[in-house]
Design a protein around this ligand. Structure first.
Ligand code: AGP
Length: 368
């Protein structure tokens, strides 16, 4: 097993560090020399896409969090309404599915019972189905009409890391390809986003270089009982993923909140020294999130902000800052989640937790 860990203490850490390569492996086979997206694995034509008037994205846990970026990008660039739902709820919420529905299923393992059941229900009702999965030959990959493999390589740690970042990249590729086929995105925006996608492995690498600094932050918070994550828009989606990562491996209670929703209840839990990890990567939401940072600070929270290098001055509002390289806002999650994975990892190891095999959890949940 030590050999399989390739010199890392845990599979999770190895998989965190494999992300630049994993993201490259997701991207490279899908980008041609002209910098266009070529999704040979997806048979959806422009006519098929024109027939679709609603998209469902269904997944569980971390895969669901990746699906939330897909929802955002498809609505913004493809101009089609998207409903994202967790697999365990989907079938019981009277979903609107017919032959004009595209069902996107996201699952690392391709075996999650609730996600599989959602796929089967959607097929039965006539939806077109597309699976985004990491495991070749998995049940979900066999049953969906189209399969998009994330090519992250085997993920052993229960806490998903490289599967998530490659799912985010997959969501971006699929959304941009749909938008390009439908003509709902400008050529320049399409190519800007592709250029940015190509740069993501290098940006992730830069964050990996700061692992020791993130460990110092972990030392400041690992003995806390509650840790909150806040953010707006897609920052909130990443906040949910950061919070899930922390609780599953460190057993610290954590909640992710839309930053603006805090004052509707949860802010009552903030007391002196409560850590709040505040994501502020989105230009259009930056000022509002900074004012939420000030609100929690005023109530004693210890704020660790996460923002882009261009927002240097955020250090005046927060106790600590994690800076990520500048990146186009829509793709920030691919990079911003990485320090949160590293933080969760270090918190858990400081607590002496069994990082790769957390209590009560299985890698793949094959019961409903
Ligand atoms: C992630 O860290 C979790 N262990 C879990 O939420 C996982 O993402 C979820 O069970 C979905 O699994 P899947 O992607 O294999 O369907």
């Amino acid at each position: 097993e030590a050999a399989e860990k390739g010199g890392y203490d845990h599979f999770m850490l190895k998989e965190i560090f494999e992300q630049p390569k994993a993201v490259k492996d997701t991207l490279s086979p899908r980008l041609n020399k002209q910098n266009d997206i070529r999704l040979d694995d997806i048979t959806l034509t422009k006519e098929d896409l024109d027939n679709i008037n609603r998209v469902y994205i269904v997944a569980c846990g971390t895969a669901y969090h990746a699906g939330l970026l897909g929802k955002n990008l498809i609505q913004k660039y493809v101009n089609v309404p998207v409903i994202a739902e967790v697999g365990s709820e989907f079938r019981y919420n009277d979903p609107f599915i017919d032959n004009k529905t595209l069902m996107i299923i996201v699952s690392q393992s391709g075996e999650t019972a609730d996600t599989l059941a959602a796929l089967r229900m959607a097929k039965e009702k006539g939806a077109r189905t597309l699976a985004v999965t990491n495991v070749v030959g998995s049940t979900i990959s066999r049953e969906a009409d189209d399969v998009f493999y994330t090519w992250a390589g085997p993920e052993i740690a229960v806490a998903s890391t490289k599967a998530y970042t490659t799912q985010l990249v997959s969501m971006a590729l699929i959304s941009l390809d749909m938008a390009n086929k439908k003509g709902t995105i400008s050529n320049s925006m399409y190519h800007d986003l592709i250029d940015e996608l190509r740069d993501t492995p290098a940006k992730i690498d830069k964050i990996l270089d700061t692992s020791d600094e993130i460990k110092k932050l972990a030392e400041e918070i690992y003995n806390k009982d509650h840790i909150f994550y806040i953010g707006r828009g897609i920052d909130h989606d990443v906040a949910r993923e950061g919070s899930l990562k922390l609780k599953e491996i460190s057993y610290i209670h954590s909640e992710a909140m839309p930053a603006g929703e805090l004052k509707h209840g949860t802010i009552a839990l903030i007391e002196d020294g409560t850590p709040v990890i505040a994501l502020a990567t989105q230009d259009k939401l930056y000022d509002k999130t900074v004012s939420n940072i000030k609100e929690v600070s005023a109530r004693g929270a210890k704020v660790i902000a996460l923002s882009m290098l261009k927002n240097k001055e955020i250090d005046q509002s927060a106790d600590r800052v994690i800076y990520i390289p500048n990146i186009i806002d829509d793709l920030a999650p691919i990079v911003s989640v990485v320090p949160l994975q590293i933080l969760a990892y270090h918190v858990a190891t400081l607590k002496g937790a069994d990082v790769d095999k957390p209590r009560n959890l299985a890698k793949s949940v094959t019961v409903e």
